[in-house]
Design a protein around this ligand. Structure first.
Ligand SMILES: *Cc1c(COP(=O)(O)O)cnc(C)c1O
Length: 380
């Protein structure tokens, strides 16, 4: 069946008790046991809840995986995926990763005995150079945040499989509608469901999807034991979001491409980074592993930080905010906001320069959005 049909039907069959066509909100902490010696499928909501189960099976189906496990946030989901490691293990991560992922590697995993090396996101050889005998995981974010670099999932899956390394992909930017890493050979997919999957900027959540039974067992066990679970209401909101993922992603992409083309012609803009543009250095690779390019777009302004400040303060429709993937358009300065806590050297190493502006292109009318950006650029 097609993606949009799965998103609406699978994992979300009508409630057997009442016939409710939407999955009911099981806002309960516990479930009556049939008898003292038996328990049903559900008994305590940290371990399992029907609303959460519906979301977990839906997300697994959309990623073409066997098992989904949800968490209270994207970073909690990442911690879930990292439980397959133990002290002494080594990780190779793409260099351009979400600031919170970098913080987990450096501030939580390193003191715990798991070291991470960073490879140039767009160069497969760079990952090879970083691999050590103790490397147990390759962690990719593709397209990456904020530089929208593309890592070659198929090539890295081959490298990982040869060496018994787990390949994990943060698929938040593309969403399963545009990219399915498990089909390309990855072992684990991680999402911040806060972004496109939820899609309405009204919930924080995360998910891990895998088809590997052993990996799933570890991650599922951690979910119940550590307890960073999403509540039923949050699961319900993400389930509702997922039903419209296809039409939202198509529109996000259409608007982003429209703006990317308009911005490419603007004299104040040094460069436009969007994987859907032929000018993107990895446009061909993006086309080979994605069925679309999403709604995230980054530009560099010719006159640097002063111009960035002016532009961000002048936009009227684009809201200055840290998140992404919602129906409303958001604008951010990666150097000042999402990667603000990093030192100047760390930012420089990652290519996160002061002149960058990151746009999460929403679902407003493309011409209204273009007019807003043009008037904001006219103030610099
Ligand atoms: C937002 C984000 C995360 C973290 O998710 P939270 O839900 O904020 O915890 C991880 N990876 C990427 C790419 C993100 O954009």
């Amino acid at each position: 069946m097609h993606f949009e049909t799965l998103a609406i039907h699978d994992g979300q069959t009508p409630d057997p008790y009442t016939g409710s066509v939407t999955v009911p909100l099981y806002q309960t902490s516990t479930f009556e046991r049939p008898s003292l010696d038996e328990r049903g499928e559900f008994f305590y909501s940290r371990i399992g809840n029907p609303t959460r189960s519906a979301l977990e099976s839906t997300l697994a189906l959309l990623e073409n995986g066997r098992h989904g496990t949800t968490f209270a946030s994207g970073v909690a989901a990442m911690m879930g995926a990292l439980q397959v490691l133990k002290p002494g293990d080594h990780v190779v991560s793409s260099l351009d990763v979400y600031g919170g992922s970098y913080r987990i590697f450096e501030q939580l995993m390193r003191p715990w005995g798991v070291e991470t090396s960073y490879a140039a996101s767009e160069a497969t050889e760079s990952y090879l150079d970083c691999i050590r005998p103790k490397t147990r995981m390759i962690w990719l974010e593709t397209p990456s945040n904020p530089l929208l670099q593309i890592s070659d999932i198929r090539a890295l899956a081959a490298i990982a499989n040869e060496r018994g390394i787990v390949l994990a992909v943060d698929n938040t930017f593309a969403s399963p509608y545009f990219q399915r890493p498990l089909d390309l050979g990855a072992h684990i997919v991680v999402h911040s469901t806060t972004k496109y999957l939820g899609g309405h900027s009204d919930v924080i959540g995360g998910a891990v999807i895998t088809s590997d039974e052993r990996l799933h067992h570890t991650i599922r066990n951690y979910q119940g034991a550590a307890g960073a679970i999403p509540g039923p209401w949050d699961c319900w909101l993400v389930l509702r979001g997922v039903k419209t993922l296809k039409i939202r992603m198509e529109e996000h992409q259409k608007n982003a491409l429209h703006l990317a083309r308009a911005l490419e012609k603007h004299p104040a803009v040094e460069r436009v980074i969007y994987p859907g543009l032929a000018s993107h250095p990895q446009h061909e690779l993006a086309k080979s592993q994605m069925s679309g390019f999403g709604g995230m777009l980054t530009i560099a302004l010719k006159s640097g930080l002063p111009a960035v400040r002016k532009m961000l303060e002048a936009t009227k429709l684009f809201i200055i905010a840290d998140s992404l993937g919602g129906v409303e358009s958001l604008v951010a300065s990666p150097a000042l906001m999402t990667l603000g806590p990093l030192s100047r050297e760390e930012k420089q190493r990652r290519g996160c320069t002061d002149d960058l502006v990151r746009l999460s292109v929403g679902l407003e009318n493309a011409e209204d959005l273009e007019a807003d950006l043009m008037q904001a650029l006219a103030t610099i």
